[in-house]
Design a binder for this molecule. Structure first.
Ligand code: ASC
Length: 150
């Protein structure tokens, strides 16, 4: 089964149930910080590749965009389990813990936007991809504004 099919058929309903694809446990707070930062790094790499296409800086290869969007949709489910109690630090502001319901809602906005981006990317419709990409980027920025150190 191809990754994009796994994401579309298996992951999307899971996302809607607000569960990640894995439930990680961490020995030390630093391990949680490393995990979540790694997930964001991988996600930003694929998101950045789509960004270059959307901006016209890279040529539009449907398969590449589809693969990168599938990565964003999948990886967007992962960082949140690594923001548990006692894992304060890294680039996270204290609001992640003091306003955790708001943080969780912001994380869910990204995950849903990423599913929509993935749907658009699998369709290969560049205009739909551009629209969904913009909506996804807005959820990144919205969460950074409130929850990430500048
Ligand atoms: C990226 C990236 C982010 C988001 C954000 C969108 O490519 O690394 O954190 O987009 O800048 O506003």
């Amino acid at each position: 089964m191809k990754l994009k099919h796994i994401v579309l058929t298996v992951l999307a309903p899971t996302l809607l149930a607000s569960a990640g694809v894995a439930s990680a446990q961490f020995q030390k707070p630093e391990d949680a910080i490393k995990y979540r930062q790694s997930a964001f790094t991988v996600m930003a790499n694929s998101f950045g590749k789509i960004n270059a296409v959307v901006k016209g800086e890279a040529s539009f290869n449907k398969d590449d965009v589809a693969k990168n969007a599938a990565v964003v949709a999948m990886i967007s489910t992962l960082p949140w389990q690594a923001f548990g109690p006692g894992t304060e630090g890294g680039n996270a502001l204290p609001a992640v813990w003091s306003e955790n319901a708001k943080f969780k809602a912001a994380s869910e906005k990204l995950q849903l936007a990423a599913v929509n981006l993935n749907t658009a990317a699998q369709s290969g419709d560049l205009e739909a991809i551009k629209k969904a990409f913009g909506a996804t980027g807005a959820t990144c920025k919205g969460c950074h504004d409130d929850f990430k150190k500048k």
